[in-house]
Design a protein around this ligand. Structure first.
Ligand code: GLU
Length: 294
């Protein structure tokens, strides 16, 4: 019986970019290195941002790279009743409250708990999880080390938005548990949200997962790479070249002649040689400093 189940959970709001290539490949290699399973899940709840056709394009780009889900791909848009059941459970336990604050009201920093004793304005309301204001959240990240935040610094997370949409923070926790995920390997842009996810899982009585946050891929100007031209071009690259670039970004030092091998051979080499330690404590990757051959 395998004790490792990993996943890659892209949002279909654009094409696969270098940052998501790194997350897909890193999560896949880590799962296979542990003889584990690897699942793809499409996080398409934010319907206003989902691009038509993007889900199919993501799945086919991953398939060209040899990255196939071990189980049928889950779409979050089909899972609303499971998220509602989790909200009902938390509501019955008295840990949810209605909040009338808008995004602009809370933009200045972590949410201060203004509506904890009842909404301070008219609806519509979001639903927040009540965290003990004096508590703390700690977890260990395999790559980024020990993490600790006070609940005050985190602020109470929104689980359902004012427009009624289920928040990613809740959906990701419910789905990871429903899919039996043991290990989350993803980009460090999600590290700040992880404390919330740890708390939401605990409030729902769900088992904790292990985390490994991969460095964020930045572009030459130091911003997240997703919008750059090289990101858009990834889908058009020969798959072997894209995989070699992804391995270079992950600091796996693939031998150059591997670039002439098939997708399957490149992945087999990468599983055997997977060294996540190369990324320990690395928070950012600057593609200009890697020999990507792109
Ligand atoms: N859908 C999220 C994203 O594309 C990833 C969520 C996760 O891996 O937890 O940023």
């Amino acid at each position: 019986m395998t004790t490792y189940r990993g996943r890659f959970a892209p949002s279909p709001t654009g094409r696969l970019h270098l940052g998501s290539l790194v997350a897909a490949l890193g999560s896949y290699l880590d799962a296979r290195r542990h003889q584990g399973q690897w699942l793809i899940r499409i996080e398409d709840l934010d319907t206003a941002r989902v691009l038509p056709g993007a889900t199919n394009e993501l799945i086919s780009t991953l398939a060209r790279l040899g990255l196939h889900s071990d189980e049928p791909i889950l779409l979050q848009s089909q899972r609303i009743s499971a998220y509602q059941a989790a909200l009902d459970h938390l509501d019955a336990a008295g840990t949810l409250y209605r909040c009338s604050c808008s995004r602009a009201d809370t933009a200045a920093g972590p949410y201060t708990g203004r509506c904890r004793n009842g909404p301070t304005g008219a609806g519509p309301y979001s639903l927040r999880l009540r965290l003990d204001p004096d508590g703390e959240c700690g977890f260990f990240d395999r790559l980024q080390g020990a993490q600790r935040h006070t609940h005050r610094a985190l602020g109470d997370p929104i689980l359902r938005r004012r427009d009624g949409q289920i928040a990613y923070q809740l959906a990701v926790v419910v789905d990871d548990a429903a899919q039996g995920i043991t290990d989350v390997v993803r980009g460090a842009d999600l590290l700040p949200a992880t404390g919330w996810q740890v708390k939401i899982a605990a409030a729902l009585g769900l088992p904790p997962v292990r985390y490994a946050h991969l460095p964020v891929v930045l572009d030459a100007n130091g911003s997240k790479l997703s919008k750059s031209r090289s990101a858009a071009a990834l889908a058009e690259l020969p798959p072997a070249q894209a995989l070699m670039g992804g391995l270079a970004l992950l600091r796996q030092n693939p031998p150059p002649q591997l670039g002439k091998a098939s997708v399957e051979e490149i992945l087999a080499w990468a599983v055997t040689h997977w060294r996540p330690e190369a990324l320990e404590g690395v928070a950012e990757i600057h593609p200009s400093q890697c020999d990507l051959g792109l």
